[in-house]
Design a protein around this ligand. Sequence first.
Ligand SMILES: [Zn+2]
Ligand SMILES: [Zn+2]
Length: 311
Amino acid sequence: MKSESVRPTVPKCTFCENPAIVYRKEVNHHLCKTHFIADVELRVISNIEKKTLISDGDRIAIALSGGKDSTALLLLLYRLLPCWNDVHLIAITIDEGIAGYRVETIRSAQRLAHQFDIEHRIISFDDIYGNTLDSLLRGKESQACSICGILRKKALDKGARDVGATKLATGHNLDDEAQSALMNVLRDDLPRLVRNSSTMKSPYFIPRIKPLSDLSEKDIATYLLIQDAWTDLPECPYTHNALRREVRSMLSDLEYRYPGTMLRIMDSKRKIEHYLSGIEITEPLRHCKECGDPSSGEVCQVCLIKRSFSH
Ligand SMILES: [Zn+2]
Ligand SMILES: [Zn+2]
């Protein structure tokens, strides 16, 4: 009797003879380990070039939380450094003061910076705001993410300014960006939808860049895993933004059934930004009457938070 082999065949890489480890549905490519890494690096460099995120001579402060996205950001920018002349990387880690979470992620950030011989600064909420996030949040835990986000933004800006950075790079990925865009639509927040801090021409802000914004969460996880750069770290105990969680699960379901959904959301956002460019839809920038920092209202959000803590 003839016996037929029923062994499932592993698809071959679209670009070489090696077995594929990843299938990119959007472009119908099967990729081996080497070609997947090359593909990720190519997508990051074209994102950077398309939006002119990095120029020769830049001093780039990397917001290095020690988590997956910022680890991938550091790895990728380090590898891509030869693409520019005289570009310098400095890692900045914010220690918000979150018990049971930060110690390990800071350790991971330190290890990474040391491994690549990159200057590393750690800035704590305690130094800047006189207290840890844990104590600042007591009784206000439900607003944790928005309060922490505002305080962390200012801390990162301060850190980047202190090291003389010309750009501040964050590890936001495509999933984060598509979720935020959709959340701004759901909240009818047009100013926030079209606000683009990388092109904002203001002497008060260090331009923020998001080199990984074309890579999905899955791309980043795979990129780290296949290079043994994956570290399992605790999750922030405060993450419970209800709307983001729902949007996240809805988008990943849509992305699975209709590949390219998240990229199309970002294309839409860019078109809206383009049509609205030059039209003033945000409040003109003023200066906070308490700290002097740029602010859209009389008092900036950080000072408003500080006020609420002293009550
Ligand atoms: Zn290959
Ligand atoms: Zn202020």
